[in-house]
Ligand binder design. Structure first.
Ligand SMILES: O=C(O)CCC(=O)C(=O)O
Ligand SMILES: [Fe+2]
Length: 197
């Protein structure tokens, strides 16, 4: 795991947020649901790029080229994200999906692996905006010991090499820890290569 605290300046965070707000008009946040049970996630999501990640009761976890409610292609990946991928990811092929997770103050994400990508050699590069999160990461087995640390607005992180399949999740959001989002909450963006180049 490669952690780069304070990777984005405040100005870069603001311009990324602006790009995100423009894209949300085209690709509104949706609430994914769990495979089989149909239980709703506590985060809302959208995506940038040629592919986007989603989950619902019937189809389960997957990538697809279109938004589940509008049926339209996902908005293009903003340039700033391609730059981050090149600098942090150091992978020769471009990312195909940027999953945007929107956390209300009470939202969390259970311990999971990111393994819906065919190309597991590519890293998953994460950027955080807004309120601080308590992030937990373990090993490649669910029962491996975990450690926790805080992800703050502007922090970048990459799950790569031996940590690519590490179990991870978000235990809580700390409300009021950032002034970036006027109404609070947290946004996490993860850049992913899905297909093998
Ligand atoms: O919000 C985070 O920091 C992690 C998000 C995550 O693990 C995911 O989207 O797969
Ligand atoms: Fe994940």
């Amino acid at each position: 795991m490669k952690f780069s605290p304070g990777y984005l300046s405040r100005d870069e965070q603001s311009s990324l947020l602006e790009a995100l707000r423009a894209a949300l008009v085209e690709a509104p946040l949706f609430t994914p649901t769990m495979p089989r049970t149909g239980k709703p996630f506590s985060v809302r999501m959208t995506n940038f790029g040629p592919l986007g990640w989603l989950s619902d009761q019937e189809g389960g976890y997957r990538y697809q080229a279109t938004h589940p409610t509008t049926g339209r292609p996902w908005p293009a990946m903003p340039d700033i994200l391609l730059r981050v991928w090149n600098e942090i990811g150091g992978y020769p092929a471009p990312p195909e999906a940027c999953l945007v997770n929107w956390y209300e103050p009470t939202a969390r994400m259970g311990l999971h692996q990111d393994r819906d990508e065919q190309d597991l050699a590519a890293p998953v590069v994460s950027l955080s905006l807004g309120d601080t999160a308590l992030f937990r990461i373990g090993g490649a087995k669910r029962t491996d010991p975990t450690r926790s640390f805080r992800l703050c607005s502007g922090d970048a992180m990459a799950l790569a090499a031996e940590s690519r399949l590490s179990f991870h999740g978000v235990d809580r959001i700390y409300p009021g820890t950032s002034t970036l989002l006027a109404s609070g909450g947290r946004i996490n963006l993860t850049l992913r290569r899905v297909t093998k180049p």
